[in-house]
Write a protein that binds this ligand. Structure first.
Ligand SMILES: Cc1ncc(C[n+]2csc(CCOP(=O)(O)OP(=O)(O)O)c2C)c(N)n1
Ligand SMILES: [Mg+2]
Length: 270
């Protein structure tokens, strides 16, 4: 295993709250990245705005901390300008699924050669816990004190339906599995999408009786169901994987396809 630092400890202390699952996601990413021996000098990191989008500022690599929701647009330009770069995007459910929603589906449709990690804490953490487009129906946030009347996007299913080559979802209560799918995604081409549901005890948790990190992690674990387990139980329809149909966080590899990536398409076969 190659040993090198992925994160800039000179930037510590970081700005995450106690018990925040962004740290777990960063740690999983570091392991996957180091295990795969990827060269930081041939890598760039991009993100929008949000707690999760701060990760790009903590890496020992060239990085762009861009405008809210626009990380994928910047990342697309960067990749097209320098195809030798591995471009990684750290984003949040608000950044990617709300203000950046259109960039998200278009980048998946193009099967753009990007590796995207969405830290889904079910709310706008940075701005004080407002409801996002992934906040679960009926759950409480600072802007839905009577319970969220809306239904959430299933971001992983959305990515798969829009055409992303590799899509997987786990939670910060599944670190080993997160590392595995991150490594698998690093070995695929096109749009790779890892959705990590994470504990956010300070904002999402506080409003939903999940005030401690342990309570929040237990909630994530108890409310997850593995796709392979569902298949073994005879729930084999594509729709069964949907968060709404399952009534659970469906975890596992949701799509693993070999559609030509954008770069492969423009470079042709010669
Ligand atoms: C154009 C614009 N609109 C609104 C904001 C305020 N804002 C900053 S972060 C954020 C939400 C971030 O949520 P998410 O992407 O889920 O990240 P988290 O903090 O939860 O990790 C918002 C609305 C902004 N910075 N720019
Ligand atoms: Mg969020």
């Amino acid at each position: 295993m190659t040993h090198f630092k992925v994160y800039r400890e000179d930037r510590w202390p970081h700005m995450f709250c106690p018990g925040c699952g962004i740290g777990t996601t960063m740690s999983c990413f570091q392991r996957a990245f180091v295990n795969q021996g990827i060269d930081l000098d041939k890598t760039a990191f991009v993100s929008g705005i949000g707690c999760s989008s701060r990760v790009s500022g903590y890496v020992y690599a060239d990085s762009l901390h861009t405008t809210h929701g626009r990380g994928l647009a910047y990342a697309t330009g960067l990749k097209l300008a320098n195809r030798d770069l591995d471009v990684f995007v750290f984003t949040g459910d608000g950044d990617l699924g709300a203000i950046g929603g259109n960039h998200f589906i278009q980048a998946c449709r193009r099967n753009m050669d990007l590796f995207v990690i969405c830290v889904n804490n079910n709310n706008f953490g940075m701005t004080g816990g407002q409801a996002s487009s992934t906040t679960l129906h009926g759950y409480t946030t600072s802007t839905t004190p009577g319970g969220n009347p809306e239904y959430p996007f299933d971001l992983a299913r959305l990515a798969a339906a829009a055409g992303a080559n590799y899509v997987a979802r786990y939670t910060s209560a599944h670190p080993k599995q997160l590392i595995r799918v991150m490594e698998e995604g690093m070995n695929r081409k096109g749009f790779r999408f890892i959705e990590a549901w994470v504990a956010c005890p300070v904002y999402f948790g506080r409003y939903n009786k999940l005030k401690t990190p342990v309570e929040h992690l237990e909630w994530l674990k108890e409310n997850s169901v593995h796709i392979e387990q569902m298949k073994a139980d005879g729930r084999t329809s594509e729709d069964d994987i949907d968060l709404h149909v399952a009534g659970k966080i469906t975890v596992g590899v949701i799509r693993d396809a070999e559609r030509k990536s954008y770069i492969e398409s423009i470079e042709g076969d010669d």
